[in-house]
Design a protein around this ligand. Structure first.
Ligand code: NDP
Length: 250
């Protein structure tokens, strides 16, 4: 659907499932036009049907980084601007450090970190011309403290938090804010897969989460809406845990 003049335009990577879909739904409920990016076109189409006329999608594998300038150009040609970028897409890899191959390590870094950089570079070029924009990155508890058996994921998510601060400082004078959410353990397909195989870890997660449960994707979406809204107009460069206290639990 074409742009209504008063709608803000948000690009959400991985917006057809889990946390990304919850963010897309929250944005649409608040009259933000969402463009979902992912590889699975059937799921993207279904997500857009569920979200209604304020949702659109672009099927794209973010690891094909040379395609990303064209993807962003296409979005701007169709929608004229990009107000918000949510870098949510990501992959997990749970393996002991000595079993992670070079290829596996590089794939996680490419998906979670390099692609996020390349897409953000292209989108913030557009935002600089607009003299406004908001970028929201998604890191993880793996960047808040040491978790065993997730070395590549931890490297990628720690980089995202560092890049959030670097981008926030570099882009502030263009009117662009850059923030990051660090979700705790949120019930989605990704986390269910990781936890099902490891009941001990599941027990540990709950025992060190003061609020005593897994989070819901909608709870991350509430924080996302706040950080991209005018209510957060003086907030940039922060990493906000949405974790039921997991990162400070004893
Ligand atoms: P999901 O597996 O539901 O979502 C991951 C999304 O990323 C999918 O929609 C997938 O779409 C997209 N994606 C993955 N690789 C690519 C790619 N190469 N190109 C385009 N899209 C891609 O997981 P969650 O919702 O749980 O995770 C969302 C984010 O939140 C991730 O960054 C994750 O690390 C982070 N997170 C999650 C936590 C949790 O407990 N669930 C905790 C902390 C952080 P498709 O398959 O169509 O490509």
């Amino acid at each position: 659907m074409a742009l209504k003049s008063n709608n803000r335009i948000a690009v959400i990577t991985g917006g057809a499932s889990g946390i990304g879909f919850a963010i897309a739904k929250k944005f649409v409920e608040n009259s933000i036009h969402v463009i979902l990016i992912g590889r699975d076109k059937t799921r993207l189409k279904l997500a857009c049907e569920t979200l209604g006329e304020l949702a659109d999608f672009v099927g794209c594998d973010l690891t094909r980084i040379s395609d990303l300038p064209v993807v962003v150009k296409g979005i701007v040609e169709k929608h004229r601007k990009i107000d918000i970028l949510v870098n949510n897409a990501g992959m997990h890899l749970k393996k002991a450090i000595d079993e992670v191959t070079d290829e596996e390590y590089q794939k996680v870094i490419l998906t979670n970190q390099t692609a996020m950089f390349c897409l953000t570079r292209e989108v913030t070029k557009v935002m600089q011309k607009q003299s406004m924009g908001v970028v929201l990155n998604i890191s993880s508890m793996a960047s808040q403290y040491g978790i065993p058996n997730v070395i590549a994921y931890t490297a990628s998510k720690s980089a995202i938090e560092g890049m959030t601060r670097a981008m926030a400082v570099e882009l502030a004078h263009h009117g662009i804010r850059v923030n990051c959410l660090a979700p705790g353990f949120i019930k989605t397909n990704m986390s269910t897969l990781a936890m099902e195989k490891d009941p001990e870890r599941k027990k540990k997660v709950i025992s060190r989460t003061p609020l005593g449960r897994f989070g819901k994707p909608e709870e991350v979406a509430d924080a996302a809406l706040f950080l991209v809204s005018g209510s957060a107009s003086f907030i940039t460069g922060v990493v906000l845990p949405v974790d039921g206290g997991n990162s400070i639990g004893f």
